[in-house]
Ligand binder design. Structure first.
Ligand SMILES: NC(=O)c1ccc[n+]([C@@H]2O[C@H](COP(=O)([O-])OP(=O)(O)OC[C@H]3O[C@@H](n4cnc5c(N)ncnc54)[C@H](O)[C@@H]3O)[C@@H](O)[C@H]2O)c1
Length: 336
């Protein structure tokens, strides 16, 4: 993801790429050349000493998000952190408190909000076309071939090793990877209602077999399901899977309200359902959205001194649901 961040910053007229950092020396050198970065560091603490550096993107394995964000706020930098913001809601709260104490921006990189369908749907729901939203269903699941590869391999061949996406302690697992996106999209469309409670179950179903004979750790969840209830009476059904007995990738968010419904299925036109003069209607809106990016929104929010589109509070709320799913139930149960 660091590649995506660097590429987008390079294109923004109101931002300048000052430095990059990666602990993998060969990969760092390749990236320094590719992105013509004036400075390259293998230690993020050294990078944070740079006076010219005003803001950073954290695109590290998830267990490193909190320590790096805390160090960045200590040095007075603004932070865009990849999703999920942290390992659990308690870490998210610590990160948000540090941002507040430093008076710096903290945004979570949830790029699906910038999808044209999602942007359209948000406005459509805000305009009241669905009425009161009472239920949503959100999922991202892949066929069995979608399990993360045992090792990470860079195109250069320079980087190879364990794939942290398969390791729970590193912040791997499908709920934190694919689940983080679809939970945020659904919650954002629902207006981030206040959580009452959530239950769920996280499975490590296929990874042990997949990695058998490799000596690699494969204890992260590869299939997770959850159900969240909100204080306004609404509820949300969640599913995320790295591998199921299905034949193609499915990315779905469905939202239902007192006046209508909306279905977003990847690869198909957005569908809206409602009633006009008593008759049920189905429409497929023609979208002409200008697609912005996470980085563009982050930079603009910093320069304009306003809260970003994805706030720390929302990141924490989404993580709280994941905590409940990992712990099996009860949103207040201790997180994994
Ligand atoms: N928004 C999205 O669509 C999206 C997609 C994929 C991943 N992500 C998120 O982005 C983050 C990174 O995921 P990724 O797929 O890019 O992982 P990755 O493993 O491909 O890249 C992580 C990089 O961090 C480097 N690194 C590890 N420890 C380091 C340290 N201590 N100091 C400096 N560098 C270090 C590694 O060498 C590696 O190059 C995760 O939080 C993940 O959830 C987001």
């Amino acid at each position: 993801m660091g590649q995506g961040h660097a590429e987008t910053y390079k294109k923004l007229p109101n931002a300048e790429l000052v430095a990059i950092c990666d602990k993998d020396a060969g990969w760092l050198e390749l990236c320094r050349e590719r992105w013509e970065a004036p400075h390259a560091f293998s230690d993020y603490r050294e990078m944070l000493e740079l006076g010219d550096l005003e803001a950073i993107s954290i695109a590290l394995p998830t267990f490193l998000h909190l320590p790096v964000a805390l160090a960045a706020f200590e040095k007075g930098k603004h932070v865009l952190v990849e999703k999920p913001m942290a390992m659990n809601a308690a870490e998210g709260e610590q990160m948000a408190a540090a941002a507040k104490a430093a008076g710096k921006t903290l945004m979570i990189s949830l790029n699906q909000r910038f999808d044209a369908d999602v942007q359209f749907l948000k406005r459509y729901i805000q305009e009241g076309h669905l009425g009161d939203v009472y239920f949503a269903r959100t999922l991202w699941r892949r066929p069995l071939g979608g399990l993360p590869s045992p090792t990470l391999n860079r195109p250069s061949g320079i980087y190879s090793g364990r794939n942290w996406f398969n390791e729970a302690a590193k912040g791997g697992g499908v709920l934190r990877d694919l689940g983080a996106h679809v939970i945020d999209v659904a919650l954002w469309l629902m207006g981030y209602p206040e959580l009452e409670d959530a239950v769920g179950r996280a499975y490590t179903q296929f990874l042990p077999d997949f990695l058998s004979g490799t000596q690699l750790i494969g204890d992260a969840d590869d299939h997770s399901v959850g159900f969240a209830r909100f204080k306004n009476g609404a509820s949300l059904q969640i599913e995320a899977s790295f591998g199921q007995h299905i034949d193609h990738d499915e990315l779905i968010t469905e939202v239902f309200g007192s006046k209508g419904g909306a279905i977003r299925w990847s690869g198909r036109p957005l569908k809206l359902f409602g009633q006009v003069s008593g008759a049920y209607t189905t429409t497929e809106p023609r979208l002409q959205e200008r697609r912005s990016s996470v980085q563009e929104e982050f930079v603009s929010s910093v320069l304009e001194g306003r809260p970003p589109l994805v706030t720390p509070e929302q990141g924490i709320a989404a993580t709280r649901i994941m905590d409940a799913i990992y712990s099996g139930g009860g949103s207040s149960a201790s997180p994994r």
